[in-house]
Design a protein around this ligand. Structure first.
Ligand code: PHE
Length: 350
């Protein structure tokens, strides 16, 4: 064997030993990759040793080539085996960090919409006071929605700007007050009903949506007085907003009640002070009061349109907007939140 061949073969052997001795240095898959490139890469140590092959005698080349292949294979096998070890170690580590006894993530089961929550609560309080639940159509005729409620044809409330018309005499109900008429036509006094539901108006801005929810209340009997109305609504408000809530009745006008009033409650945000955190309260704008509903004593003309004798019976009615109550109760500043159905908003009511 020529000396050149001998030193070529020895060079290959020492390359293999060199690689074997490096085992401890490749602690990660990345480091191992670097080691693989250092020995087997295109410009790596093996490739460099192979450079000397061309200078060998032709008779020595077969033996040199064979050895070079063997060394390449053994280095490859070595690095592959280390890689397998590292892979096993890493997945073992991952498994040891994984706690199979840990409870799984609970899927979000959904929650009631805040409008539904408030609607349910308001209904509960009122049924607790003895009111019975009534339901009627959202597509209503002109007579129930307007005419029978003492709203004559030229009344501004019937203006095309407020009312969504299905046809000349059919509308999407603009309020739940038509349910007063339907309830009175169905039964003789005494009666105490509530009618919750959707109402529609041609209105859309920051504080108005074309559809929203109302609840109507109506009580008719002999000798019903304004005092009964005040007492009932005061109890109602304190159950919904808390026992310390102040209630104020402000004169107002509705065609179907006489006298009419709007009810304000002490501001839910500032408690009636008009300021919160030293600043003008953003909910009541500094007045200390927020409006929550409209009400009044049933107008005799309404009784006449359903055939009740206004000389015998009196009654009160009230109507309130559910979204408005929900905004006050939960401190929601933007009406649109209720209709965007953003899960991040809705899941807060779970
Ligand atoms: N229907 C009135 C409205 O939509 C509210 C109301 C109901 C007022 C009953 C008085 C009596 O604004």
């Amino acid at each position: 064997m020529s000396n050149e061949l001998k030193s070529f073969l020895e060079g290959l052997d020492s390359l293999a030993h060199d690689c074997e001795s490096r085992k401890g240095q490749a602690c990660s898959l990345n480091e191992l990759d670097e080691l693989r490139i250092e020995f087997l890469g295109r410009k790596g140590k093996l490739a460099q040793s192979m450079g000397a092959l061309g200078k060998l005698d032709n008779t020595d080349k077969p033996a040199a080539g064979k050895k070079a292949n063997e060394i390449k294979q053994s280095i490859t096998a070595l690095i592959d085996s280390w890689q397998a070890e590292l892979n096993a170690a890493e997945s073992g580590k991952a498994m040891s960090q994984f706690d199979p006894t840990m409870p799984g993530r609970k899927p979000w089961a959904g929650s009631l919409h805040p409008v539904t929550l408030v609607m349910d609560e308001v209904c509960d309080v009122l049924t607790g006071l003895g009111f019975e639940h009534a339901a009627g159509p959202e597509v209503e005729n002109d007579w129930h929605n307007f005419e029978a409620l003492n709203i004559p044809p030229e009344h501004p409330a019937r203006d095309m700007q407020d009312t969504l018309y299905v046809s000349e005499k059919i509308v999407l109900r603009t309020h739940t007050s038509g349910m007063q008429i339907r309830s009175m036509l169905k039964q003789e006094p005494p009666l105490a009903v509530i009618a919750p539901g959707k109402v529609y108006r041609r209105d859309s801005d920051l504080t108005h949506t074309p559809m929203f929810h109302q609840i109507e209340g109506l009580l008719v009997d002999k000798n019903v007085s304004m005092g009964d109305l005040r007492g009932t609504l005061t109890v109602f408000v304190r159950q919904v907003f808390g026992p310390k809530t102040e209630v104020r009745f402000r004169p107002s006008f509705f065609p179907f009640t006489e006298p009419s009033a709007e009810v304000d409650i002490s501001c839910v945000m500032c408690g009636g002070k008009g300021t919160s955190d030293g600043k003008t309260c953003r909910i009541c704008k500094g007045t200390g009061w927020v409006e929550i509903l409209g009400c009044g004593m049933v107008d005799p003309n309404v009784f006449k349109s359903v055939g009740y004798d206004p000389e015998v019976y009196t009654g009160f009615a009230f109507g309130l907007g559910i979204e408005r109550i929900a905004m006050l109760k939960y401190g929601i500043g933007d009406l649109r939140m209720f209709f965007e159905n953003d899960v991040r908003f809705l899941e807060q009511f779970a």
